[in-house]
Unconditional design. Structure first.
Length: 678
């Protein structure tokens, strides 16, 4: 496994939301009682991690805090501010968990726990597993969860799917997707934006939910939508923007994406409405989860209930910083592992979430990721789990235990992003001006082949010529995420403008479509960044984690302006869905049916999918990716070939018949042809 610390560091920095310097300063402070961790002092809580159970007759409170001398629950009328209207001492049970039952109907009230250890009160907290909170996320809310279900929720079902090879992911941020005036969406930047039907751009083209359905992706991956810290929920009129990689309450939807963050049940109901609407439109929903660090460790719920337990600490008692955001959690500890498993299951059961993208998965340990996948599969065998197989700085756990990309083969059913393929196409992460295959530069063809084969070992991929990795790290092709862009770094159009000198008319579109042809014909799982299909840009901003809407918003007038690009994306998605040869889903089948053809010179990759690969109706499919600035000739043998992708057009029923033995592919474009079985 290739691990360059500088590379990792930058990746983490760009993830950090909020004031990085403040977070870094926080790491310099000593965690309470940090260095003397003794596992025997921390019994694991048995059963559910519920901390509040409501009924109209009484509400019971529970908090795991094994080393506490005293624990209280404080009751409030308000979600923030004001004085406690009641306070109850809790009693210690057998497994380090404290309990109290308060009679009466507490619905509508708020609560906070307060823990004393070594004579010191640690500060109020909503607990580690709050399911509803007041505005700003500092107090829990007493609600009746069942009453938050929208109409028809009991009948809500995830769309059927046919294994991980059929997944096509669309990664979006709520504000990016709906905030621009051209979206035609009413609930801009809200969960409810994804419930509106019939919305259009000024030119009358579908936006929002209808756009997603028309595009044909299978999974919508929403950027962090749990309660995060960086947006002031009491000042939404400021229209601040943040990606949300600064977790506050892992098991509550973010308040700023609701229409009323002050009413705890509203964000919960609206989140469910969003999932319900996406499901009705045939789309599964992926949650971006960030268990690898918390916003401010010192004042976090973790530190205020069991200081020093949930984070990895250096010998001097300071927080380790594998996340690059000031701290890293300790997934290998039994309660943190249980916490992550329970949290994932909670999102699946309560919110009907269908998949999870683990931020900086490489901070977590392999056993925890496997435990999560096994438990999640019990709820939904089709759950799709993937993550970033890297960390920001070197985590404080043996490298062999970490859920890094290089260890993915030991995590069956879990996928990791391929930076090999991404950077082979667009150029390295650390130099926006440097291009690669798309820019016409030689030397990245082997890395591209690695990605096209889904990161599994393949006799024709020479690993010594592949960037970053020396071994084929995926056991199955569905363990690789195939992509050229995501929310991190420049989007594709910006990157092409930055890395391809003197772009000529039409060149941006041609290279963009060529890039996604590679992504969508890869045996890995394709992943598209929202808006690429309408050639979005971010005005050249590399790290837009808190840039204003005028940088991050997708301008939907682009959909008419780049009609051909949109049609191409849509056509390529349909082609992949209709032809199993492009998504074999099995390493042996990839090695059997995917054959790269020899080519002379650089800037050209050619492969064929042969012998009715995956039971495909087409006997042989040929894919040519030509990044050269001139047309290329490819020797393919005799026969009549039907073109389905050619010169920036996709037509499954054919764009004409080409005769072998030599085919010509236009400059900066892809050619896909199939040969009849005779
Ligand atoms: Ca929040």
């Amino acid at each position: 496994m290739f691990l360059c610390s500088d590379y990792l560091l930058i990746f983490g920095m760009i993830k950090c939301s909020g004031m990085k310097m403040i977070l870094m300063a926080a790491t310099l402070l000593l965690a309470a009682n940090a260095a003397d961790f003794h596992e025997e002092d921390y019994p694991v809580r048995q059963g559910s991690l519920d901390e509040m159970q409501y009924s109209p007759q009484a509400t019971s409170f529970h908090l795991w805090s094994p080393r506490a001398e005293k624990v209280r629950v404080l009751l409030y009328e308000e979600g923030q501010g004001g004085q406690a209207c009641d306070s109850r001492d809790m009693a210690l049970g057998t497994d380090g968990t404290w309990h109290v039952t308060v009679p009466g109907d507490l619905r509508g009230k708020f609560y906070a726990f307060h823990v004393r250890i070594d004579g010191k009160w640690l500060g109020e907290t909503p607990g580690i597993f709050a399911k509803a909170v007041g505005i700003g996320g500092r107090r829990g809310a007493v609600i009746d969860l069942a009453a938050t279900d929208p109409e028809g929720w009991a009948e809500d079902r995830s769309p059927a799917m046919d294994g991980p090879a059929s997944v096509i992911v669309y990664e979006m941020h709520h504000r990016d997707f709906s905030i621009h005036p051209s979206s035609g969406i009413v609930n801009k930047g809200k969960f409810l934006a994804l419930t509106e039907e019939g919305t259009t751009s000024p030119e009358g083209l579908p936006t929002g939910l209808d756009h997603l359905k028309d595009l044909g992706v299978t999974h919508v991956h929403i950027l962090p939508s749990f309660d995060f810290s960086s947006i002031d929920e009491t000042a939404l009129e400021l229209n601040r923007y943040n990606w949300g990689y600064d977790p506050l309450n892992y098991n509550v939807p973010e308040g700023s994406y609701s229409t009323d963050p002050a009413r705890p049940e509203v964000r919960i109901r609206e989140f469910k409405q969003m999932v319900q609407a996406l499901h009705r439109h045939g789309l599964r929903v992926v949650l971006d989860v960030v268990y690898n660090h918390t916003s401010n460790a010192r004042s976090s719920a973790f530190e205020r209930t069991a200081p020093g337990y949930f984070y990895r600490l250096k010998p001097d008692g300071t927080f380790a910083n594998g996340s690059g955001c000031g701290n890293e959690t300790a997934s290998e500890r039994p309660m943190m592992r249980k916490y992550m498993v329970e949290s994932v299951l909670y999102w699946m059961r309560e919110y009907h979430i269908d998949g999870f993208r683990f931020d900086l998965m490489g901070v977590h340990d392999i056993a925890t990721m496997n435990a999560i996948r096994e438990a999640a599969c019990q709820v939904d065998p089709q759950v799709f789990i993937y993550g970033e197989g890297w960390a920001a700085e070197t985590p404080l756990l043996e490298a062999d235990s970490l859920a890094m990309k290089g260890n993915v083969a030991r995590m069956p059913g879990i996928a990791a992003f391929s930076d090999e393929m991404r950077d082979a196409l667009r150029g390295p992460w650390d130099d926006d001006a440097k291009g690669a295959f798309l820019a016409g530069k030689p030397g990245d063809e082997e890395s591209l082949k690695f990605g096209l084969a889904g990161a599994v070992s393949h006799p024709q991929v020479q690993m010594d010529k592949v960037n970053y990795s020396t071994v084929a790290w995926a056991a199955q092709p569905t363990q690789m995420i195939s992509y050229v862009s995501c929310h991190d770094d420049m989007c594709l159009a910006d990157r092409l403008k930055a890395s391809v000198p003197d772009l000529r008319p039409g060149e941006l579109e041609r290279l963009d479509m060529l890039a996604q042809t590679a992504v969508l014909t890869s045996q890995g799982v394709p992943f598209l960044f929202a808006g690429e299909e309408v050639l979005r840009d971010k005005k050249g901003v590399h790290n837009s984690y808190r840039s204003p809407d005028d940088i991050n918003a997708i301008d939907w007038t682009n959909k008419a302006a780049f009609r051909d690009v949109y049609a191409y994306y849509k056509g390529m998605i349909a082609l992949r869905k209709h032809h199993p040869a492009f998504r074999l889903g099995d390493a042996d089948l990839v090695r059997k049916h995917l054959e790269f053809l020899p080519v002379e010179g650089s800037g050209l990759v050619v492969f064929r999918l042969k012998d009715h690969a995956g039971g495909d109706s087409w006997q042989e499919i040929l894919v040519v990716l030509n990044a050269r600035r001139e047309a290329a000739s490819v020797r393919v043998g005799k026969g009549r070939w039907t073109a389905v992708v050619k010169d920036g057009k996709v037509r499954e029923d054919g764009l004409g018949v080409l005769a072998g033995p030599v085919l010509t592919v236009g400059p900066e474009s892809a050619l896909i042809v199939w040969k009849e079985d005779r």
